[in-house]
Design a protein around this ligand. Structure first.
Ligand SMILES: *Cc1c(COP(=O)(O)O)cnc(C)c1O
Length: 393
């Protein structure tokens, strides 16, 4: 017999939603040295650390090329520029995602067409893709690409999406801002599709200490084009401007930090699996816990459970009272956001996205979540859900 779970601890532990300080302690002096030498060496723009990090990132993912960018949103925009996206073009993407996915499409005057998600994985539903083609055709738009999102760290269901893109002459961009480090049936995210984009925003599984991003591709010609686009469309040198580009480079200092973080990333991915397993064991009988597809490894950017829509606010408030931070990703699908409501949706609306947005709630998730703190979170969640259940009946 195990002891009954504590229901009223005297002082709740200080619980971080994502504990970046624990990682910082682990990186220790190696990080101090990497940071200082980047500053002292003085090659602040595209210094040697950037190239070293790009090579390490490509090797990690099993991709031919990696190109650092200023952030993950620019990374998507640059891929779209590389494929010559223009007004009149349509890009199919989910609405249950962070705004950046569709934002980059709109930058170029093209039109995002929103598709619904799968109710178990929260990722783009491959079966809904043909509806998006019909919607694009009705609107007189030319479909050019699909942006699949690895939401919460789980890879999108890439096999049927790849087949759909192949059959319809569409490019596949994998928005792996949350999914970098995950794998899909033996393939690492970053090696799939025409382009993969990553974000190193601090809270992402592989985060830096500021903004950062990258594009991965297996195509050498695209990689060259992307290197030009991120640097004002440069040609043979930086004062030879052969196309309209952007200023979107990964900082040398961030690359130096990322090299250190990448060296422990594999270990952190393994630690994230342990944390996710403990949550599933502790909560599966009282809440809808995440479903991971066969043959896939999530990198657990978020650990998102679902509770009845009517109980969610109460649940979050009760968790907060117990010292447990929670967050909602995402409270509204993009088709319900002011800036995106004018864009077309595939089929007769996005019922799954709309419903799931009312029910999701994310729990603290990071590789340094200890078993005792996690036990406390699980006990708190069980208690809060039970109390709300009684209130409802
Ligand atoms: C964070 C995020 C981005 C954007 O990354 P930034 O580096 O913040 O620009 C894009 N797509 C998704 C799904 C994200 O979660």
């Amino acid at each position: 017999m195990t002891a009954p779970v504590a229901t009223a601890p005297v002082t709740p532990p200080q619980i971080e939603f994502i504990d970046l300080k624990a990682q910082r302690r682990r990186l220790g002096e190696n990080l101090d040295r990497a940071l200082l030498s980047a500053v002292d060496e003085g090659a602040y723009i595209l210094g040697p650390q950037v190239g070293r990090f790009e090579a390490a990132l490509a090797a990690f993912a099993g991709a031919g090329h990696a190109i650092g960018t200023a952030n993950g949103t620019d990374a998507i925009g640059i891929c779209l520029m590389a494929m010559g996206l223009r007004p009149g073009d349509a890009v199919i993407c989910p609405a249950f995602t962070f705004a950046a996915t569709a934002e980059a499409v709109a930058w170029l005057g093209a039109t995002p067409v929103f598709v619904d998600i799968d109710e178990k994985t929260y990722n783009l539903d491959p079966a809904a893709l043909p509806l998006a083609l019909e919607t694009a055709a009705r609107a007189g738009l030319k479909p050019r690409a699909v942006i699949a999102v690895d939401l919460f760290g789980q890879p999108a269901d890439y096999e049927p999406i790849e087949a759909f893109c192949r059959d319809n002459g569409l490019k596949l961009i994998c928005d792996a801002a949350q999914g970098f480090g995950a794998s899909y049936r033996g393939r690492r995210v970053g090696s799939i599709g025409d382009f993969t984009t990553a974000s190193f925003f601090p809270a992402k599984p592989l985060g830096c200490y500021g903004d950062g991003g990258a594009i991965l591709t297996n195509d050498g010609e695209s990689a060259e084009l992307i290197r030009s686009l991120r640097f004002h469309g440069k040609g043979s040198d930086k004062y030879d401007n052969v196309r309209i580009g952007m200023n979107s480079r990964l900082d040398t200092i961030q690359a130096a930090i990322l090299l250190e973080k990448l060296s422990i990333f594999e270990d952190e991915i393994a630690a994230r699996q342990v944390v996710a397993r403990r949550y599933a064991e502790g909560l599966a009988d009282v809440a809808a816990v995440p479903f991971v597809m066969d043959g896939c490894v999530s990198v657990w950017a978020q650990y998102t459970i679902r509770v009845p829509a009517a109980s969610r606010d109460g649940f979050m408030k009760a968790m907060k009272e117990r010292g447990v931070p929670t967050n909602i990703y995402y409270p509204r699908p993009l088709n319900r956001q002011t800036a995106y409501a004018r864009f077309p949706v595939a089929g007769n609306g996005l019922p799954v996205s709309e419903r799931i947005a009312q029910e999701v709630v994310a729990l603290p998730m990071h590789p340094y979540l200890t078993a005792d703190v996690q036990d406390y979170i699980v006990a708190a969640a069980r208690e809060c859900l039970a109390a709300l259940g009684e209130g409802a009946s």
